[in-house]
Every structure is written in structure tokens, then in C-alpha cells.
Ligand binder design. Structure first.
Ligand code: TPP
Length: 664
């Protein structure tokens, strides 16, 4: 953009944006006014001048990304998206926070054009921005050529004290500094106020110094000064110096409503009761949701300028496409989120006699998946050696190695979750990340958002039960698998043998509308060689299937997942002809099958059922029914060898046989 700043137009736009926020919050008597008012000048500079975007091409791959990490200030984003010309008509602003509007209480990805991330849980957006920035670096490394630069966008995030106080933002920022993400520009709306009180009640650190220590370039500006904001943004954008940027913008929360400005009362909807007087004070006419002709016209002209930039980029892109048909094809496939339709068939079957821990089978499968899905990437929170998901010929992602496919997240699980979300929002890459299952809770808030925002992230959670053994109860997940299962739209797959592992990875990769958690064992388990590999794979894709058919009239069904499948199979052999074994690696996928299929697998006439899973039992009631039995672990584990712990806690063939006798 030109460096001459249209200050008076931006000033008017800021006033209009303040008015829209006041009116929207007043209309529904809820929401947050403080940020939209306090950061109005920042919004004006970004959307009215500095950002590279085009409202008619919200998925333009080289647009600057803007993430409102402080999602409670959603009216900030909605006002600016509206003024900028996105498909967000004024009626949507009038329907702020109402049923089925495009202006939900907090920004939701996929609901509103121009919203790049679902935010509101504070801190997540900072992690998402780091993910987007990594995606930008990775895309640039893969797709830019000497002749043509098609990816050079910047990632902006607006964060408040709340975001910066959250641990996830600290983890993410620390990693961003380490990775030298100079395409990341974090704007800190530093207004000395949080929700309950003045920020000084809970913070006294020097954020500028903290971020400088992370490796950021930091500048502090007066956040209502248009030219200072623009200069800071412009400098940040130009400095390809291997450092992410933090702009500390000193602002007054709720600016425009004198009764509350600068105090915690400005944070929420409190200022709305002064709507009338503040509108007057701002020089707005009595008409609510007012947008002046001048401001409309300014943004129309701005749109025309942005269109020129978009078209110039398109010309470069077309030339790049012609010169690099293979890269262009790869980009196209990736943008559609497709994986090869025959992915499952490209994974070789495991050899006769193969038996290993499912984490190791995963380590084999992931190599084949990576070979077929070039933009599949993975990472681990300092546990590659244990989680086994390292892409062998994928190189490590890092400074100057944008083509690397293995991200070393360090011991930053929460940031890993938020960063994977950022990569998934961006959409080019198929991100996965790993840690021990017991630490899934460290990234749970990010998993929840991934599920809510329909992001196809794959989690590789190994060491999935008390089978972990000697590390003891701190490291033995008993509730984790079920705890994950209760998150809507998250598929949790606990495969019981290597072919089920192959099915599980494919299930995760074929999914485009939500995340998948794979729970893999630390310990070696049996392979069900007697059952055709194809059946085990296809069955896993259906979530549950008959692994072993009864050879006489059906009398009993054994249900199992993961490492307990081997016990169900061994028990069935001893129990005789009337016993069926149902492998249930993924309850969610099974639940999505047609009723007829579910009835075929679990005929309701057969009420003698036993479920076995080395974890808390309660979710299994739904599948075993009132007369069924569940062999689970309703307590924390024990420090001892894994087999001993399993036996001590009643998980094994003997326990299945004993229970079967009881209900026969
Ligand atoms: C993880 C999380 N915890 C708590 C909240 C509730 N909450 C919303 S805004 C806010 C205060 C945020 O303060 P700040 O970032 O300074 O925002 P400002 O007051 O400047 O609008 C809190 C605690 C939340 N949205 N997310």
C-alpha cells in the first residue's frame, strides 16, 4: 500500500466503527465494547490501509491473515469486515449474537467470511497465528520459485492482556521466536484493563521485555495515533529479519464512552447504557448502525486499490502456474483438502508374524501416508523418540528449512494444539502432532476448538493405558480416552492391531470436517493375522465391526478396543461357538453408521455382552446395555510393569472368561 496515510478518512471510519459496536452491543444488551472502541484506530489502519486482502476473495492464498485473538471483542472484527466489503451486510451486525446470524458472540471460523479463526478462549488466537505463520513459511518454501513469488503474506493477530497472560500464548510466542517467524506481527492492545479489574491487580511484568527475550522485535506505540500505528505495521512488514514482531499499542479501553473509558467497566456491555450520549459525543447522527457515504466511498475506492493488488498477484500466479504445472497441481489438490482416494490401498499390509506396539505400527504407517500426501506434516512435543511419528525423509522444519515436515514443538503441548489449529485453518497442510495420551489434557482447549471449528487435525497420542507400566499412575491414562470421546465432533480411534492402525490413519486423513485422535499403545500387542487385513482396515473406517463371527447361534458379544482386542479374541476362542467379537476402535464413527449396520454388528436380541477396555468404564453402558458387563479401570493406575498392572486391575483373558461364566 502507499505510504501516504489517508488519516482523515481513517479517522471517520474509526468513528463509524465505534458507532456500529455501540449499536450492536446496545441492541442485544450483551457483548464487549471495550476492545472495539479502544482499538478502532488500529482497525482503521489495518482494514482501511495496511492489510493485503480482497473482500470478494476471502480465500486468496496470499492474503494477509488477521486473527482477533481477543475474540470477546468480536464487534471489532464484524464492523471492519462489514466496512471492508466482506459479505457481511448491515443486517448481520444488527443481528449481533442472535440465532443463525453470521455475527455470533465470538468469531467462529466458517460462519463469517473473513473470520480466520474461532477465538474467544483467550490465548488460542496467538497460537493460531503462529500456526498460520508456519503455514506461510512452509508454503513459501514449497511453492515460491526464483522467478515467481506467490506466497509472501503476513499474519497479524490482535491480542489483549488476557491473551498474553495465558500460558498457551507464552508457549506459542516462545516457539515463534525460536523459529524466527518474521512473517508474524502480533499487536498487543495494551489498555491496562482486564475483565474484573485494572490489569495491575494481576500483572506487573514488562511484556515488551518478555517478548524481546523470546526473540521478537518489539516496538511500543500510542495506539490511537494513526501514523504511529501505520509506521509500526509497515516497519514490521518490511523487516524480513528472522524475528517475529510485537507492537505494543497503548490504548484506552472503551474510548468514546467517557463514563467508562479507561476502566474495567468499559470491558463488557456496561458502556452500552451510555449509547445515546456517547454517539452524540462521537458526532454520530441519531440513526443507529449509521455508515456515512464518505466512509462507504472510501472503502469502495480502497477495494478498487486492493483489487489491483489482487490482480497483479493473479498475473504472477498465472505465470507461476504455467511454469510449474506440478506444483500448481499439488497446490490445487491441497486446497481441496483431498487425499488420494486409494490411500488405504497404498499402505502395504503388515507381514505375517508382525506384532508390535501400535505406536510402532503407527510409525510405519505414517511413512506411507507421508509419501502419498505431500502436504501432510507432523510434530511432537519433545517425544518423537517415543511417539514414533517422525517422517523419516521429511527433514525437520526450522529456520531456513521451510520444507521440513517434522515440527519440534518442544515441551509445549498447548501451543502445539493451537498451532496445529492454525495450520488447519490455513488449510493447505494436513497437520498432525503427538504426545503421550496422558498429556492430551494439556492441549484439550485447542482440541475442543478444533472440533468446534471442524478442523481436520490428527492427534497421535501414544502410551494409551496403564500398559505404560513402570512410569506409574501419573503417566497412565485411565480417563483420557473417554474424556476425549465426550468432545463433540472429535473422532477418537483406539486401534487394536497394525491393520487397524492403517485404517485409523486413513480415517483421520480422509476426514475433512473435524479432528481425529489416535490412541496408540506403548506395549507390544498381538496382531489378528487370522482376520483379513482388508476387513480390519475397512472395519476401522466404520468405527466398529464384527471381527470374529460366532460359529453357532449367537449367545454372547465381546466388545473391545486397542490392546484389549487381543484378550477378547483369545477369550472367544476358549468360550466356544456362540461368541462374537466386535472390535470397536472408534465409537463416534460407529455411531454415524446406518442403524441397520449397527444392528447387524450389535443385534439387540443379544443382551449378553461384555466390553473390555483398560480405562474408565462408563461410556460403554450404551453399547453393552443394562444386562451387559464392563471390564474397565475405574481408578488411577499403579507403578509396576504394564502386564502386572493390567492383571492387578482385572484386565485380561481370565477376567473376560470369569465374567462370561457369570452371565452365561
Ligand atoms: C481462557 C479464557 N478465560 C477467561 C475468559 C473470560 N474473559 C473474556 S475477556 C476477559 C478479560 C480479557 O482481558 P483483556 O484481554 O485485557 O481484554 P480487554 O479488557 O482489553 O477487552 C476474560 C477473563 C476467556 N474468554 N477465555
Amino acid at each position: 500500500m502507499s505510504t501516504t496515510l489517508p488519516e482523515s478518512e481513517l479517522r471517520q471510519a474509526a468513528t463509524i466503527a465505534r458507532g456500529l459496536a455501540i449499536d450492536a452491543v446496545h441492541a442485544c444488551n450483551s457483548g464487549h465494547l471495550g476492545l472495539p472502541l479502544g482499538a478502532a484506530e488500529i482497525g482503521a489502519v489495518l482494514f482501511g490501509h495496511a492489510l493485503q486482502y480482497h473482500p470478494r476473495h476471502p480465500h486468496w492464498i496470499n492474503r494477509d491473515r488477521f486473527i482477533l485473538s481477543a475474540g470477546h471483542g468480536s464487534m471489532f472484527l464484524y464492523s471492519w469486515l462489514h466496512l471492508a466489503g466482506y459479505e457481511l451486510p448491515l443486517e448481520e451486525l444488527q443481528n449481533f449474537r442472535q440465532l443463525h446470524s453470521k455475527t455470533p458472540g465470538h468469531p467462529e471460523f466458517g460462519e463469517t467470511p473473513g473470520v480466520e479463526a474461532t477465538t474467544g478462549p483467550l490465548g488460542q488466537g496467538v497460537g493460531n497465528a503462529v500456526g498460520y505463520a508456519i503455514a506461510g513459511k512452509m508454503a513459501a518454501a514449497r511453492f515460491n520459485t526464483e522467478q515467481h513469488k506467490v506466497v509472501d503474506y503476513h499474519v497479524f493477530a490482535l491480542a489483549g492482556d488476557g491473551c498474553l497472560q495465558e500460558g498457551v500464548a507464552a508457549e506459542a510466542a516462545s516457539l515463534a521466536g525460536h523459529l524466527g517467524l518474521d512473517n508474524l506481527i502480533l499487536i498487543y492492545d495494551s489498555n491496562d484493563v482486564t475483565l474484573d479489574a485494572m490489569a495491575k491487580v494481576t500483572q506487573s511484568e514488562d511484556a515488551a521485555q518478555r517478548f524481546a527475550a523470546y526473540g521478537f522485535d518489539v516496538v511500543t506505540i500510542h495506539g490511537h495515533d494513526f501514523s504511529a500505528i501505520f509506521r509500526a505495521v509497515d516497519d514490521a512488514r518490511r523487516a524480513d529479519n528472522g524475528k517475529p514482531k510485537l507492537i505494543v499499542a497503548r490504548t484506552e479501553i472503551g474510548r468514546g464512552i467517557p463514563e467508562v473509558a479507561g476502566t474495567a467497566k468499559a470491558h463488557g456491555e456496561g458502556g452500552a447504557k451510555f449509547a445515546e450520549s456517547s454517539r452524540k459525543g462521537l458526532g454520530l447522527p441519531p440513526t443507529t448502525f449509521f455508515v456515512s457515504d464518505d466512509v462507504r466511498e472510501y472503502f469502495q475506492q480502497h477495494q478498487a486499490r486492493l483489487l489491483q493488488r489482487y490482480q497483479a498477484w493473479m498475473a504472477t500466479f498465472d505465470a507461476w502456474r504455467t511454469a510449474n504445472p506440478e506444483l500448481a497441481q499439488q497446490l490445487q489438490t491441497a486446497r481441496q483438502g483431498q487425499v488420494p482416494a486409494d490411500l488405504i490401498d497404498t499402505i502395504p499390509e503388515f507381514a505375517a508374524g508382525y506384532a508390535d506396539a501400535t505406536r510402532n505400527s503407527g510409525g510405519v504407517v505414517i511413512q506411507h501416508v507421508a509419501a502419498k500426501v505431500p502436504l501432510f506434516i507432523t510434530g511432537s512435543a519433545d517425544l518423537f523418540g517415543s511417539t514414533k511419528n517422525y517422517i523419516q525423509d521429511g527433514k525437520d522444519y526450522g529456520r531456513g528449512v521451510g520444507t521440513g515436515r517434522n515440527i519440534w514443538f518442544g515441551i509445549r503441548e498447548h501451543a502445539m494444539g493451537a498451532i496445529l489449529n492454525g495450520l488447519a485453518y490455513d488449510g493447505l497442510f494436513r497437520p498432525s502432532g503427538a504426545t503421550f495420551a496422558v498429556f492430551a489434557d494439556y492441549l484439550r482447549p485447542a482440541i475442543r476448538v478444533a472440533a468446534l471449528a471442524h478442523l481436520p487435525v490428527t492427534y497421535i497420542f501414544t502410551h494409551d493405558s496403564v500398559g505404560v507400566g513402570e512410569d506409574g499412575p501419573t503417566h497412565q491414562p485411565v480417563e483420557t480416552c473417554s474424556g476425549l470421546r465426550v468432545i463433540p465432533n472429535l473422532d477418537v480411534i483406539r486401534p487394536g492391531d497394525p491393520e487397524e492402525v492403517a485404517g485409523a490413519f486413513v480415517a483421520a486423513l480422509e476426514r475433512t470436517n473435524g479432528p481425529t485422535a489416535l490412541l496408540l499403545s506403548r506395549q507390544k500387542i498381538a496382531t489378528q493375522h487370522a482376520i483379513p487385513a482388508k476387513l480390519r482396515r475397512a472395519g476401522t473406517l466404520r468405527g466398529g465391526y464384527v471381527m470374529l463371527h460366532e460359529s453357532g447361534p449367537l449367545q454372547m458379544i465381546l466388545l473391545a478396543t486397542g490392546s484389549e482386542l487381543q484378550h477378547a479374541m483369545a477369550a472367544a476362542e476358549k468360550l466356544g461357538p456362540g461368541v462374537r467379537v466386535v472390535s470397536m476402535p472408534c465409537l463416534e464413527r460407529f455411531d454415524r453408521q446406518a442403524r441397520e449396520y449397527r444392528e447387524q454388528v450389535l443385534p439387540h436380541s443379544c443382551t449378553r455382552r461384555i466390553a473390555i477396555e483398560a480405562g474408565v468404564p462408563d461410556l460403554w453402558h450404551k453399547y453393552v446395555g443394562p444386562q451387559g458387563r464392563i471390564l474397565g479401570i475405574p481408578r488411577f493406575g499403579l507403578s509396576a510393569p504394564g502386564d502386572t498392572v493390567m492383571q492387578e486391575l482385572g484386565i485380561g483373558v481370565e477376567a473376560v472368561l470369569a465374567t462370561a461364566r457369570e452371565i452365561s
